[in-house]
Design a protein around this ligand. Structure first.
Ligand SMILES: *[C@@H]1O[C@H](CO)[C@@H](O)[C@H](O)[C@H]1NC(C)=O
Ligand SMILES: *[C@@H]1O[C@H](CO)[C@@H](O)[C@H](O)[C@H]1NC(C)=O
Ligand SMILES: *[C@@H]1O[C@H](CO)[C@@H](O)[C@H](O)[C@H]1NC(C)=O
Length: 382
């Protein structure tokens, strides 16, 4: 009794391993058999096809191409992560570039057998190019697709022939699922590169054909209808750009400006002629009676960009002491003041200091300003 128990214990390990192996085998077999199962089932059913006239292309005009259907339990797979690069999910938003509706999927699948087993949409325009959507509804068409519906987009090559270049586009293939009133989609996250030698891109394994045989899955609805679509997002390379740089050791850094007849200056502000420093044009702007908080108590002084550029500026603003070789100096160091669109100080020098005759800032009713530009950033647009 005791020995038998022990022997049993030992065997549990190998029985367990055997079971795992069996399970893996069954799962694998089921996985490969699945796409064909639906077809097999369909072949056994008697085909009762109602002949319908052809297909309908539906331009995406913001209208839902499909009638609303009440929800049933969804049996087709959704939210499946195939790899980091391919996304398979459902969404409410209709195809953004083009949509094709088949009044009867099965009829279409039969008719296209004479056309290389593919349905080819009319050309449509996206991102400055013409495209066509290709749908392969039949088994192993194109070769290698097995039991899957395949979907492709092809770029019209006329503009590529005229001017060979690369076109990058993000492509998403969609099909309408009536049971949940959403679009099932397959999307590769990387943009696809189209050029003269690669005019077509697609998904060989878009969705198992079996899903289009049994209306219970929702992809076939209202007596055989189905809807396919595509999002094409053409990413044009940038055409405009800017270069930001910071200039130091400025050429011609100094500029002098004399404001005469100060006592008769009755305008709000005076602006100097423009001067060039470091390859840029600037002006000085003075408010003899002050501006903002300085109104009535101090003179305001600003450095402005003559071409209205905004940037980082480091500069020394000065009022010259005309008696001694001296000056009053304040440094700006930053981005422009939003109100003045320039760099400077409301309270640059108080009227008390300015009018103090011992200080020499006001001589012969004139004030001498000076600016020394130390550095500035610039943005060149190309
Ligand atoms: C797209 O097709 C239309 C109609 O055939 C044509 O007029 C147009 O030039 C084409 N555009 C491009 C970029 O090929
Ligand atoms: C351009 O596209 C057409 C239609 O797909 C094709 O027949 C032709 O061979 C293509 N031309 C080139 C140069 O790729
Ligand atoms: C800009 O100048 C105005 C008055 O001209 C002043 O009120 C404001 O504080 C200044 N802003 C900055 C960021 O320097």
């Amino acid at each position: 009794m005791y020995t038998e128990e022990k022997k049993k214990d030992k065997n549990y390990g190998s029985i367990f391993a055997y079971c795992v192996l069996c399970f893996v085998l069954i799962v694998e077999v089921a996985r490969f058999a699945k796409p064909y199962y639906g077809n097999l089932q369909n072949l056994m059913e008697t085909e009762a096809l109602v002949a319908e006239e052809g297909f309908v292309d539906v331009m995406n005009s913001g209208k839902l191409p499909c009638p609303f259907k009440t929800s049933r339990s969804a049996s087709a797979r959704s939210h499946e992560k195939l790899s980091g690069l391919i996304r398979r999910e459902d969404r409410a938003r209709p195809p953004s570039s083009y949509c094709v509706k088949f009044q009867n999927f099965a009829t279409m699948a039969k008719l296209v057998k004479d056309n290389g087993d593919k349905y080819e949409s009319r050309p449509f325009s996206v991102g400055g190019y013409n495209w066509t959507l290709l749908i392969y509804p039949n088994e192993n068409k194109p070769v290698g697709s097995g039991g899957y519906v395949s979907m492709y987009v092809r770029i019209d090559n006329s503009s590529l022939i005229a001017n060979p270049h690369d076109v990058y586009a993000e492509i998403t293939f969609l099909t309408y699922k009536s049971t949940i009133d959403r679009y099932h989609f397959l999307q590769e996250t990387d943009a696809q590169r189209f050029h003269l030698f690669k005019q077509q891109y697609g998904q060989l394994n878009f969705l198992e054909i079996g899903y289009y045989k049994d209306p219970g899955h929702g992809f076939i609805f209202d007596g055989g209808q189905s809807v396919f679509g595509v999002d094409i997002l053409v990413a044009n390379p940038f055409e405009k750009w800017e270069v930001f740089s910071y200039e130091e050791n400025i050429r011609d850094p100094l500029f002098n400006w004399k404001l005469t007849k100060f006592s008769t200056c009755n305008l709000d502000s005076y602006t100097s002629g423009s001067f060039s420093s470091g390859g840029r044009d600037w002006v000085l702007k003075v408010y003899p009676n002050g501006v903002g908080h300085a109104t009535g108590n101090s003179l305001s002084l600003f450095l402005l960009s003559a071409s209205n550029e905004k940037g980082y500026v480091k500069a020394k603003l000065r009022v010259i002491d005309q008696i001694r070789s001296n000056h009053l100096e304040k440094q700006v160091d930053g981005w422009p003041n939003a109100t003045e669109n320039g760099w400077g100080f409301e309270k640059f020098i108080s009227f008390a200091d300015l009018k103090d005759s011992t200080k020499g800032f006001l001589a012969d009713d004139a004030i001498k300003f000076e600016v020394e530009i130390l550095s500035f950033s610039k943005t060149d647009t190309l």
